[in-house]
Design a protein around this ligand. Structure first.
Ligand SMILES: Cc1ncc(COP(=O)(O)O)c(C=O)c1O
Length: 418
């Protein structure tokens, strides 16, 4: 049968990451350092079982939780999310619960925001490297992606300014709709954008915006709560006192459980209203049972406790991984030690390209260890040239602590074999 898909449908290509995940699932003896999944052992199994039992033992709460909820999300949970955000911002009293929306993971919100804001031909600025799933999302909407360079302190304000100037000179500045940043322990690089740069970037964005065409900051704070020392820098959203410029998205999937698939956003009111109209057609509300469950766990104070133990366990895993990778430094391979999140971002010499067609990737398959080739994380306008083949993303998220050393040995053997 010949099916006739829409242009938009046809623009959603197959993600190479899905192929890596599939490969891992089909090969029991493979250790995947590719998947950005969370640590199995730290999933709050007992706590979820106890809280579900408690919810179901209260007929009034049980019935409410098993009924449809609202599109915006459970008020109690939105208040708790806001309180959590306020604490992270040093107890600044900002926004109200109606500025918060609860979504099916933050990915749903990223998709909805792209859907309500972007027309084909619009321009979105992203970091280089960036979160590949959002790049795929942008491709669905037919937008023009422009990359802005990063260094060890996050995206470079001078590079952003130069990009905006270039677009103004080309007469296309009014097509720039969004600047997308993963500003905490970025996926894939693990780098956080330092606070002083945030104020500079916020000012830049306002300077280059026109009244009729504001450029919005899409702040994806998915890993904000995963800093190893438990604190995080102020956000762009915290600087957006009038709630006009910043679309803040974050998630409880990485910090509680991906199986609950619960994310949220803090958005300017008109944007939130538009997202709600759209979400109303998607699902008219995030799973209500999930929201009641998380709200109850937060009420019992379980979220901060869980976060603390998660931060400790990821910090310990990152430390082990750093030690195990050490022999690679003699091969001219370098990296920053992560201070949060789930990723190591390794830079290889040009003689050792990391791409999926190269000998290193094949040697790793032979050694039964998987990684994410850096080139998946860069936007490439010129298809005749590969960007990012000197980078490799490794995740210590899902690999059990006692397998980290074996995984690293396999990687080292693969490098040595070339
Ligand atoms: C940077 C970033 N943003 C958003 C997401 C979406 O996460 P979720 O939909 O599970 O909340 C992810 C997941 O890996 C991510 O890495």
């Amino acid at each position: 049968m010949l099916y006739s898909f829409s242009n938009r449908g046809l623009r959603s290509g197959t993600s190479p990451i899905n192929e890596l995940i599939q490969y891992d699932l089909e090969h029991d003896d493979v250790i995947s350092l590719a998947a950005g999944l969370v640590d199995y052992e730290s999933l709050p199994v007992q706590s979820i079982a106890a809280n579900i039992a408690e919810l179901m033992s209260n007929p009034r709460l049980a019935q409410a939780a098993l009924q449809y909820g609202t599109t915006r999300g459970l008020l109690q949970l939105r208040e708790q999310i806001l309180e959590h955000f306020r604490k992270a911002e040093g107890n600044k009293s900002l926004f109200d619960a109606d500025d918060v929306i609860v979504t099916n993971g933050s990915q749903q919100l990223l998709f909805l925001l792209a859907d309500i804001l972007l027309n084909p031909g619009d321009i979105v600025l992203v970091e280089a490297p960036t979160y590949f799933v959002f790049m795929d999302t942008l491709k669905i909407f037919g937008v023009e992606i422009h990359s802005v360079a990063m260094d060890g302190q996050g995206v470079c304000p001078e590079a952003l300014k130069a990009k905006l100037q270039e677009l103004r000179q080309r007469g296309v500045l009014e097509r720039v709709k969004l600047f997308y940043t993963v500003d905490y322990f970025q996926n894939p690089s693990g780098i956080s954008l330092i606070e002083s740069r945030k104020s500079e970037i916020f000012a830049l964005i306002q300077t280059f915006s026109q009244t009729s065409h504001p450029i919005l900051i899409l702040e994806d704070a998915a890993y904000r709560d995963l800093g190893f020392n438990g604190v995080s820098a102020a956000s762009f959203k915290g600087m957006d006192i009038e709630n006009n410029w910043v679309l803040y998205t974050s998630t409880l999937t990485k910090t509680f459980s991906p199986g609950l698939k619960c994310g949220y956003g803090i958005l300017p009111k008109p944007v939130l209203e538009q997202v709600m109209r759209h979400k109303g057609c998607h699902d008219f509300g995030t799973a209500n049972l999930v929201q009641h469950l998380i709200a109850q766990m937060m009420l019992h104070g379980e979220y901060p406790n869980h976060l603390e133990s998660l931060q400790k366990s990821y910090a310990a895993k990152a430390l082990i991984m750093n030690q195990c990778l050490e022999p690679l430094r003699h091969k001219g391979i370098s990296w920053q030690i992560p201070s949060g999140g789930l990723y190591f971002w390794l830079k290889f010499p040009s003689s050792l390209p990391t791409g999926p067609q190269g000998s290193l990737f094949k040697a790793c398959l032979k050694e039964k260890v998987l990684y994410v080739p850096g080139e998946y994380c860069f936007h490439n306008t010129d298809l005749s040239e590969v960007v990012g083949s000197e980078w490799m993303r490794l995740s210590y998220g899902t690999v059990p602590t006692n397998e980290i050393s074996e995984a690293c040995h396999r990687l080292i053997r693969a490098v040595d074999s070339i």
